[in-house]
Design a protein around this ligand. Structure first.
Ligand SMILES: NC(=O)c1ccc[n+]([C@@H]2O[C@H](COP(=O)([O-])OP(=O)(O)OC[C@H]3O[C@@H](n4cnc5c(N)ncnc54)[C@H](OP(=O)(O)O)[C@@H]3O)[C@@H](O)[C@H]2O)c1
Length: 388
């Protein structure tokens, strides 16, 4: 028993392992869908990390199995630290609980209970087999799996649709293009590198027909001006206009979709079983998703530039008077070169109720679902040229 105030050494080791499991799980973002991007770490009986794993692409190994494969015999008598409760069901792969038991794991620490009816009950299965299964009860930002890589998947479980993040890059007076339509580049290279790192984590990147027409964007995630990243989101254009055969967004890898609709909810339906969708504008598309109440988070890149008579970041957001404003809460801020990055989450239920600041649907975005300020793993060190 550890006295009040003195750190419990085992808890410290497990906390560090959970931070590592969360870090590892980022590599599953944009890869594991429709499965959750889970991270796992195996500690041997002495508390040394002997295995790490992240969820593989659908049909592949779960994070626990990857970590246990790496650990081998060293897992016996050890601890499995995992960001999501291990599954007890037979999906496309066998249950992770059975594998942990077979490998002689004596303790399992997990950060989030599995909310899905099929996969839940893993902790109970483990306990019945004599394994100590513990829900880690610390939700400080560094170890809060709900705010990290699992956030979009958890959002889909509770809302029945993917998390939607709207991204824009604007001047300090809120314009995303100059009066003549030019928009490359408002922000600098560091901000654009950040956009590419975010694309890698997404399942889908969407622009409207107008942006397609004006910018002919490639929408790929790139680690340099032309080198594609290993992880690529699906690229989509939304709108009724046909997408030209030679549009860059089509690419050659077959990862392109034309969403022939102007209805944001229908577009999400068309995308099916995905966890996280990035709406990259332009202003009409952003307005449509905002009006439909389908923007959960915002990635805002703000440059120290004034454009005056430019194109506003949003057109037609359904706001005619201040109480109808779409309200957000800041989750994260960072300087990216000369530009500022803000990550925001929607404050549901605040339209018409701005003075009280009430949040009646805290389950969306980072409300009670996702809680504290997140570590988004902001990555600014990937060299690239532009974000389109
Ligand atoms: N700085 C930035 O972050 C950024 C990002 C993106 C774009 N931009 C700039 O934005 C400008 C383009 O603006 P935009 O507003 O025309 O682009 P947009 O929002 O990408 O496209 C508008 C088009 O999207 C289609 N659409 C689909 N659903 C819609 C809906 N519910 N409501 C309205 N339209 C819908 C319509 O085309 P259909 O007729 O085909 O249905 C509409 O004409 C360009 O100058 C571009 O450079 C800047």
């Amino acid at each position: 028993m550890t006295g009040a105030g003195s750190p419990d050494p085992r808890r410290e080791v497990e906390r560090a392992a959970l931070v590592e499991a969360l870090r590892v799980s980022r590599s599953a973002l944009g890869v594991s869908t429709p499965n959750p991007p889970v991270g796992a770490v195996v500690l041997d009986a002495a508390g040394t990390i002997v295995g790490r794993g992240a969820t593989e692409a659908a049909g592949g190994r779960h994070a626990e199995v990857v970590a246990l494969d790496e650990a081998g015999d060293r897992a016996r008598g050890g601890t499995l630290v995992v960001t999501l409760e291990p599954c007890a069901h037979h999906g496309r792969t066998g249950p992770c609980t059975a594998r942990a038991i077979a490998d002689g794991i004596s303790r399992v620490v997990y950060a989030v209970s599995d909310p899905t009816p099929d996969a839940a009950g893993g902790a109970e299965t483990l306990r019945r087999a004599g394994v100590d299964a513990v829900l880690y009860d610390d939700d400080t930002s560094a170890v809060n799996a709900r705010t990290g890589p699992l956030a979009a998947w958890l959002h889909r479980q509770s809302h029945g649709r993917p998390m939607v993040t709207w991204k824009y890059a604007a001047s300090m007076d809120g314009h995303v293009a100059a009066a003549d339509g030019t928009s490359m580049w408002i922000t600098g290279p560091a901000a654009r590198r950040h956009v590419h790192a975010r694309r890698e984590e997404m399942d889908v990147v969407v622009v409207g027909s107008g942006t397609l027409r004006t910018d002919d964007p490639a929408l790929t995630a790139r680690i340099s001006g032309s080198t594609p990243s290993a992880r690529q989101p699906l690229r989509a254009v939304m709108g009724l206009t046909a997408v030209p055969r030679d549009a860059r967004v089509r690419g050659t890898d077959g990862r392109f979709r034309h969403l022939e609709t102007r209805d944001p909810a229908a577009a999400l339906e068309l995308l099916g079983d995905v966890n996280h969708v990035l709406i990259e504008g332009g202003p009409h598309l952003a307005g449509a998703f905002l009006t439909a109440g389908l923007v959960d988070e915002v990635d805002a890149y703000l440059a120290p530039v004034v454009l005056g008579d430019g194109l506003s970041a949003v057109t037609g957001a359904g706001v005619t008077t201040l109480p109808e404003a779409h309200r957000f809460r800041i989750l994260e801020t960072a300087m990216l070169g000369d530009d500022m990055y803000l990550r925001l989450t929607a404050r549901r239920g605040t339209r018409g109720d701005v003075e009280s600041g009430a949040e009646t649907d805290a389950g969306a975005g980072a409300g009670t679902d996702t809680g504290a300020v997140a570590d988004t793993g902001t990555s600014t060190d990937t060299p690239t040229e532009g974000s389109r």
